[in-house]
Design a protein around this ligand. Structure first.
Ligand code: ATP
Length: 223
């Protein structure tokens, strides 16, 4: 029995959202026992020079993806906020809204966790939230030294540990990692190949209707 309220946040560019994200989100939600589970599209990412679809389109696609799944919501605050989106600001805002007792659980993939030390004021993330890292097979197993040193004392052994405090721990969580990436989907669309069955049909329809990703200025990166 979990002792405190908790919020799960799954952040990403979702450019576009696909079944890899959705399956991982669903499993993470279930395994973490979260009732309040939010997909959090980054507005203007600090880590990439660009997104391919506008924040409004990425948000609209996310909303379509979960329209029939009311247990998963979309938190649009970063899209609504002007300027570069920093996760630490977002978490500070959600902490104020949710109060000091609520466990805030930020869920990221292994690839994102590996880049964590380049995030703005990254150590402060742990003042506001727990971090759950979803394993992704093709990424190296060890975190960079700086992150490993920082989290050594903060490792949680199991999900229930996250409910003992509102923030500050890191937990590895195994979830199914489907071999799907937004990069590959954008590459398919740009090359006039069909990415069907990699993402919900209604999102494919949205991409077609709005002529998204037809121009893909960068080659798809290998994942
Ligand atoms: P891109 O190819 O543009 O880099 P992406 O497919 O990796 O995009 P993001 O929006 O960057 O998607 O990812 C958001 C979060 O979802 C990240 O934490 C990432 O690790 C995770 N993620 C992405 N693809 C998958 C997948 N296939 N299975 C599980 N998690 C994933």
């Amino acid at each position: 029995m979990n002792t405190r309220p908790a919020i799960g946040l799954f952040g990403g560019t979702f450019d576009p959202v696909h079944f890899g994200h959705l399956r991982a989100a669903s499993e993470a939600k279930e395994k973490l026992g979260l009732e309040d589970f939010r997909l959090l599209p980054v507005g203007k990412p600090a880590h990439r020079s660009q997104t391919y679809a506008t924040a409004e389109h990425r948000l609209a696609m996310l909303r379509l993806a979960v329209a029939e799944h009311p247990d998963i919501s979309v938190d649009s605050r970063e899209v609504r906020r002007s300027g570069v989106s920093y996760m630490v600001d977002t978490l500070a805002e959600i902490r104020i809204e949710s109060g000091v007792e609520t466990a805030i659980i930020l869920i990221v993939g292994q690839d994102a966790a590996h880049g964590l030390t380049s995030w703005c004021r990254w150590k402060e993330l742990f003042d506001y939230a727990h971090l759950v890292v979803m394993t992704r097979p093709e990424s190296p197993d060890n975190f960079p030294h700086e992150l490993e040193d920082f989290v050594r004392e903060r490792r949680a052994g199991q999900v229930t540990d996250l409910y003992q405090s509102p923030a500050g721990l890191l937990l590895d969580l195994e979830v199914t990692q489907l071999a799907i990436s937004s990069t590959a989907i954008r590459g398919d669309v740009a090359a006039a190949r069909s990415p069907r069955f990699l993402l919900p049909d209604r999102i494919l329809g949205y991409i077609g209707f709005h002529s998204l990703y037809r121009q893909n200025p960068l080659p798809p990166k290998q994942k």
